[in-house]
Design a protein around this ligand. Structure first.
Ligand SMILES: [Zn+2]
Length: 81
């Protein structure tokens, strides 16, 4: 479930808001303002880094396959057994 972090533009209060299906629009708990600025939530940061590490391991895998292929070509060029 996504938890969003907001800062109220009215009073500057920062709060987390858990968005549930059918929940009302987020409002500042201290002044009830709905003029909010959404801050970067911890959820989106962690999913971003997960995506990054998936990308890195995919790149690593591609590199391994490439090395394997070069090795095969090397064996084909040198038929000495
Ligand atoms: Zn407020």
């Amino acid at each position: 479930m996504p938890i969003y972090e907001y800062q109220c533009r009215g009073c500057g209060h920062q709060f987390e808001y858990l968005v549930l299906p059918g929940s009302p629009a987020a409002a500042c708990p201290s002044c009830q303002h709905e003029d909010l600025q959404q801050l970067i939530s911890l959820c989106s940061v962690s999913s971003e880094s997960t995506r990054q590490s998936h990308l890195n391991s995919a790149r690593k895998k591609a590199g391994e396959v490439h090395r394997e292929k070069q090795h095969e070509e090397h064996k084909l060029m040198h038929h000495d057994d």
